[in-house]
Design a protein around this ligand. Structure first.
Ligand code: PLP
Length: 845
């Protein structure tokens, strides 16, 4: 029998080689994904493997002991390793923005839950925009020192990978993510044992493995069900992101929400704030209540009311169909035991939290509704998206005016250092200094405004050339892997031209994004591309969900267009749109095109990634662009209104798109001065870089989340939680009293005295059993001509003699509007978010 050598058996990792641990510490901190200062090390160890994988952990595990020793014994290399480790540690321990500005705040931990995280190509557990926002916020939280901990799932096969077959059809593949090769480590307890979370619920995996990812100062925990001790059928539950049916999805969401919260507590964290990045993780609010009940012995109602103040829900979809909904029977089957045994309430009470009408037993269970009812604040991801969300969530707040539906907005931003090219980094460093993205960025604008035209144009030219080299290399690799004919591989190495105006269009191929809008008049597009004086070239990429036939058909349309002789070499479709490809595209393109149907792009982030690199945007007035666009920073299509999916309107916008490309974009790019510089184009670049980059950065969005949400949420939660939740219990009691007594509330008579000075309103109200301190009586008038509505507090004058629950309320308003414009109304008045937490309202008429 062959005995393995002791080397192979006991030293999976050459931990005994002096210096290896330092290298491992650097490789296992995804800080390298945006701070590129360790790239040189990894390339030094194995250039080919590093270039292919961009995963230092794979490099470290692959190279031989000999090679490792050889490198580490080189004094220069060793010194660099030690120096990097030392400076990284120092940077991570130095007080950052949060410690300096909010060092005394009672906020020690924000748990950030997301179904996906996009941190880099080395960790493929993302699909697209949602993961991008999550990953970039973790990176920015690290820069700013905001005490965030991420919670997500480890998918054995991630999201599908795309190839395009010879017939132009998308093929979905699911390569396996070997966890040993990912830059993650098992979470170990104080004794060194691998931490597992026990769910203990029938139908769900018994044991969840816990992993951790270091993202600078921030830790991201990942759970998976692929534990050998689990029932075999349960091991694959976390195998794919957005795969499988509703039942699988619900199980994943139980693992994320309930398992995730349980893991945090098991590790000794005590988050004041729980941030739900989309509704997928909404079950965390139930588990948070359960753990609070366990500690304080309060009822579910009291616990839920207490912890709600510390929860923030960020909604990311602009259509009701984007919410996860589950059949009541499925919820009951999956969670019935948990709800009755652990929460001690009937299942219908939990189902009610996910319904518009709690009493409607046929209504499915909506995770976004649960998230909303379980949170103390809710936000959309752009100003327009918040307005759309107020419409979507309005059914939960019957009789409230739409603008008072409690959804605010924090517009998304991107983590700039993760998306800038080396040349852009150098230019910004020259203008604004190092460390600029670790501090408030409001002052950067003025420094970029004074960078000269030649430097900006040089950035553009070199970035474009670098991207084209990457595009060729990637296309060659793609064709080689697909065993394409030799001449096709040779041609791949010659596509595009480094001096030509380059447009980029990469995104998920979903119909609402209209990835075929540019193809509306294919002949016209060909003429634009082929213009002898002012040619254009176009790089395209995007995946369509495997279940989305319509999206896949749009890919097919592009593949047919690519075959046209005029498109060859000028239009490139690169398969498998991923973070590496996105990074190169946003660095290199001159113009980023985005054509969603308004208002279905909640925010969009890809267009923000081009800003730092001097790329410009031509986009529908939707999502972030609807608030960022001004004529001097880029171009817009659409008229700022919604037109549904009207094909006639699509045609109008396609026409606008061609017109702008032909009449504005191409001339501005190709009209050069005697130095070969397009002055107008560069002027627009400067305006876009200077005024938009800082605003649409995750630096700004994470500071906004911190100051507008995390800090107040932590304070509100701690107040309710004090004395084992005494205030929370009291608040729950008041809210219950309002619910129980609301139907007895009645307006009696009202009279108005109008004079030239104003109107005096007197209204008599029978409060029934309600405490007058717990109601707010207001005069309300709709805004006139688009202005804000008027809300005028009425004051309680006297209790009516004889009737001990009847009061007169009065108010005086100026006579600028007729008295009939005003209606008295009553709503709850509590130390809580109204109407989010107490949604009753009564109008006098
Ligand atoms: C940025 C990014 C997205 C999101 O971009 P949108 O603007 O929302 O389309 C999706 N996928 C990848 C790989 C990205 O880098």
């Amino acid at each position: 029998m062959h005995l393995p050598s002791s080397d192979a058996l006991y030293s999976f990792l050459p931990t005994d080689v002096d210096g290896f641990r330092s290298l491992a510490a650097l490789a296992l901190d995804m800080h390298w994904s945006w701070n590129h200062c360790t790239d040189r090390l990894w390339r030094g160890l194995d250039p080919a493997l590093w270039d292919r994988t961009h995963n230092p952990w794979i490099v470290l595990q692959t190279i031989s002991r000999e090679r490792l020793r050889e490198c580490l014994s080189d004094r220069g290399f060793r010194k660099e390793v030690d120096e990097l480790l030392r400076s990284n540690r120092a940077a991570m321990q130095a007080p950052a923005w949060f410690q300096r500005v909010h060092g005394n705040a009672r906020l020690t931990c924000v748990a950030f839950f997301s179904m996906e995280f996009m941190l880099g190509e080395a960790l493929p557990i993302y699909s697209g925009g949602l993961g991008n926002v999550a990953g970039d916020q973790l990176k920015a939280a690290s820069d700013l020192g905001v005490p965030v901990i991420g919670v997500g799932l480890l998918y054995q096969r991630g999201y599908f990978r795309q190839t395009i077959g010879p017939d132009g059809a998308q093929q979905a593949l699911y390569p396996y993510n070997d966890p040993g090769q990912l830059p993650i480590t098992p979470v170990r307890d104080a004794k060194g044992e691998w931490v597992h979370v026990r769910l203990g619920l029938a139908g769900l995996p018994e044991s969840l493995r816990a992993w951790q990812v270091q993202v600078g100062r921030v830790t991201l925990y990942l759970l998976d069900s692929n534990d050998a001790s689990n029932f075999p059928a349960h091991r694959g539950i976390t195998s794919e992101l957005y795969g499988g049916d509703a039942e699988l999805r619900l199980k994943q969401e139980v693992i994320l929400g309930i398992g995730g919260w349980r893991l945090l507590l098991a590790l000794g964290h005590a988050p004041e704030v729980c941030h739900l990045n989309e509704g997928h993780a909404a079950l965390a609010v139930l588990e948070r209540a359960r753990s609070f009940m366990q500690v304080t012995a309060r009822s579910f109602d009291a616990a839920f009311t207490t912890i709600r103040a510390g929860n923030l829900f960020t909604t990311h979809t602009a259509v009701a169909a984007g919410f996860d909904v589950f059949a009541p029977a499925l919820v009951e089957r999956t969670l019935g035991e948990y709800v009755t045994q652990s929460l001690g309430i009937p299942v219908r009470d939990v189902l009610a939290l996910g319904r518009v009408d709690p009493a409607n037993r046929d209504e499915p269970f909506n995770m976004a509704y649960l998230a909303m009812r379980g949170s103390g604040a809710v936000n959309g991801v752009s100003r327009l998206h918040a307005a759309v969300s107020r419409r979507l969530f309005r059914p939960l707040f019957p009789r409230w005016p739409e603008h008072e539906v409690p959804v605010g907005h924090v517009t998304n931003g991107v983590h700039v250092p993760a998306w800038d090219s080396p040349a852009a980094d150098a230019l910004w460093t020259g203008a604004c200094g190092k460390g600029r993205w670790r501090h408030p960025t409001e002052g950067l604008e003025q420094h970029i405004r004074i960078v000269d035209d030649a430097a900006l144009w040089q950035l553009r030219t070199s970035n474009r050339a670098m991207m084209i080299a990457y595009v060729r290399q990637r296309l060659v690799a793609e064709r080689t892997a697909g065993a394409a004919p030799a001449e096709a591989i040779k041609a791949a190495n010659q596509v595009c031209d480094t001096g030509t105006l380059t447009l980029g269009f990469a995104r998920r191929f979903a119909t609402y994004k209209r990835p075929n809008l540019l193809l509306h008049d294919a002949e016209r597009l060909l003429r634009l591309l082929d213009d002898p004086e002012r040619p254009m070239q176009l790089i395209i990429a995007g995946k369509a969900h495997p279940a989305d036939g319509a999206g896949q058909a749009l890919i097919g349309e592009w593949m047919r267009f690519l075959d046209r002789p005029g498109a060859r070499g000028r239009v490139v479709f690169l398969s498998d749109y991923d973070v590496a490809l996105a990074e190169h595209l946003v660095q290199g393109v001159d113009l980023w095109i985005n054509t969603p149907r308004r208002p279905w792009e909640a925010s969009g982030t890809s267009g923000m990634k081009v800003l730092v690199n001097g790329g410009l945007n031509l986009s529908e007035l939707d999502g972030w662009w609807a608030e960022a666009y001004r004529p001097e920073v880029g171009w817009a299509i659409g008229d700022g209104n919604e037109h549904g999916d009207d094909p006639a309107w699509d045609a109008i916008e396609a026409e606008q798109l061609y017109e702008i490309l032909e009449k504005q974009v191409a001339p501005e790019f190709y009209v050069r001065d005697q130095h070969g510089i397009p002055r107008a184009w560069v002027g627009r670049m400067r305006a876009s870089m200077a005024s938009l980059t800082p605003t649409y950065s995750a630096n700004r969005s994470v500071r906004e989340y911190t100051e507008r949400h995390y800090l107040p949420a932590a304070a509100a939660y701690l107040a309710r939680a004090a004395e084992s939740g005494a205030r929370g219990e009291e608040l729950a009691r008041r809210i219950r009293a309002i619910e129980e007594n609301w139907s007895a509330l009645r307006f009696d008579e009202m009279h108005v005295e109008s004079t030239a000075e104003g109107h005096a309103f007197h209204v008599r109200i029978d409060l029934g059993e309600l405490d007058p301190e717990h109601v707010r009586v207001e005069l309300y008038a709709d805004g006139a001509n688009g202005s804000e509505p008027i809300r005028w507090q009425m004051s309680r004058a006297e209790r009516h003699t004889g009737a001990d629950s009847t009061y007169t309320y009065t108010a005086r308003v100026t006579a600028t509007r007729p008295a009939s414009d005003y209606t008295p109304r009553i709503s709850p008045k509590l130390d809580a978010a109204v109407p989010l937490e107490a949604g009753r309202i009564l109008w006098q008429r």
